[in-house]
Every structure is written in C-alpha cells, then in structure tokens.
Design a binder for this molecule. Structure first.
Ligand code: SF4
Length: 222
C-alpha cells in the first residue's frame, strides 16, 4: 500500500531549511529572562489565541518577565493584568481567564500545571490545542499533536488528509504521520502557514514543497 504521505522525511527537512530564517513563535520557544516552565507556556498560549504573533510576544514579555507564577497572577487585580497584556485580542476575557486558571492551579494542583491532557482540558478556557501545546512545549512530552488553523489547513492542501475541523485533523494526522515527526509538526507548520502557505493566495511559486503538494482547495496562488 502506498503511504498517504510520500517523502515525509524530505518534506520536514525542506521545511526546516526554508523556515530557518524566520523566528519560532513565542509560544513554542524559550523567552529571554523568563523561566521556561509549563505555566509560562500555558499563559503564552492563552495570550496567543486569535492574536498575531508579534502582539502576543509583546504582551507575553510584558506580563511574564515579572509575573510568571500562579501565586503572583492569582493575586493580581484584573485591571493590572489587562493593562499588561493589552492589546492582545479579547484582552479582558483573557485577563479574567489567567487569574481564574492561576487560582485553580493553586487550589487544586498545588500550584503546578498538570502533566495530564484530560486534567488540562478541565481548566476553564483550555481547549485541545492549548492542552496539546502545554504537553509538548511545556512538559516536553511526546505523542501530542497541537492543531491550530495552519496545522489544519496545510495538510489538507497537501492532500495528506481530508478533514473539516482541527479536531478531525488531529485524529486523522495521528493515523498517517509517523510519530517521530509529531514534536516538530506544530512549530514548523505554524511558521509555514504564517509565511508561505498563507490562508489566502499562498506563495506557491517560492514554496519548496511544490512538487509534493496537490494544492487541494487552493483557488489562487502567487
Ligand atoms: S505549493 Fe502552495 S499550497 Fe502547496 S504547500 Fe506550498 S504554498 Fe502551500
């Protein structure tokens, strides 16, 4: 049987080379002067939802440089959190969530971020993507596949899978993508989706994956 993803090794090598000049997203990399903890990953990921990376980065650095523990953030007035994370999208809701989650972690988990996917999903405002991000980039665990809009769109364009939602994509990809590529997948495909295989009119003419791509659903490209 032909494998649904041919040349997977070459594709990942090409992506790593092509994306090398672009910095990694704030959520998946360590941040200067901020401890590299699962809590920092969790809060960065919450800040990043529906927000451009550059804006998330500024807010994350502003907030987390000084305040990076559940103790500090559960005791902080919401208005102060709002002012530190402004202008991330939905900053009022996010400020409330950050305070609530910090309090829950203190109350129910001794101030630790659980290293269990189902426990993470119990935290208010934490969905599959965030829980997977915390497992991979916060706890450095293998076997998780965080799927955002880029990670959903691009494997469908490539013709690897045919899915309608990020959750379907997570399950379908786990069946066709060999596990050794899972750790790198989110980081590479988010950067690829932000820079080359963008949502509208992707830059196919300068894409190193052209010969492997079925361009499914791509109506116009550059
Ligand atoms: S060829 Fe175009 S659609 Fe296919 S992966 Fe590259 S940029 Fe995306």
């Amino acid at each position: 049987m032909t494998h649904p993803i041919s040349h997977v090794d070459e594709i990942f090598s090409l992506l790593k080379k092509e994306l090398d000049p672009y910095g990694r997203p704030i959520v998946s990399r360590s941040k200067p002067d901020i401890p590299d903890t699962p809590f920092v990953t969790l809060i960065s990921c919450l800040l990043s939802l529906r927000t451009k990376d550059a804006v998330t980065e500024k807010a994350a650095l502003q907030l987390l440089k000084e305040y990076n523990t559940p103790e500090q953030l559960s005791g902080m007035p919401i208005k102060k959190i709002e002012s530190l994370i402004y202008p991330v999208g939905f900053y009022k809701t996010k400020a409330r969530r950050i305070k609530e989650i910090s309090a829950t972690l203190l109350q129910d988990y001794q101030g630790d971020v659980p290293d269990d996917f189902d426990e993470l999903m119990k935290l208010k405002g934490v969905g599959r993507k965030t829980a997977n991000i915390v497992m991979v980039y916060g706890h450095k665990k293998h076997g998780y596949l965080p799927i955002d809009t880029h990670c959903h769109r691009i494997p469908n364009r490539l013709g690897w899978i045919h899915t309608k939602t990020p959750e379907e994509t997570e399950h379908a990809l786990k069946k066709v993508l060999p596990v050794e590529y899972w750790d790198d997948f989110n980081d590479l495909f988010v950067r690829f989706g932000q820079t080359i295989c963008v949502p509208i009119s992707p830059f196919c003419s300068r894409c190193s994956l052209q010969k492997y791509c079925k361009k499914i659903g791509v109506l116009t490209n550059r």
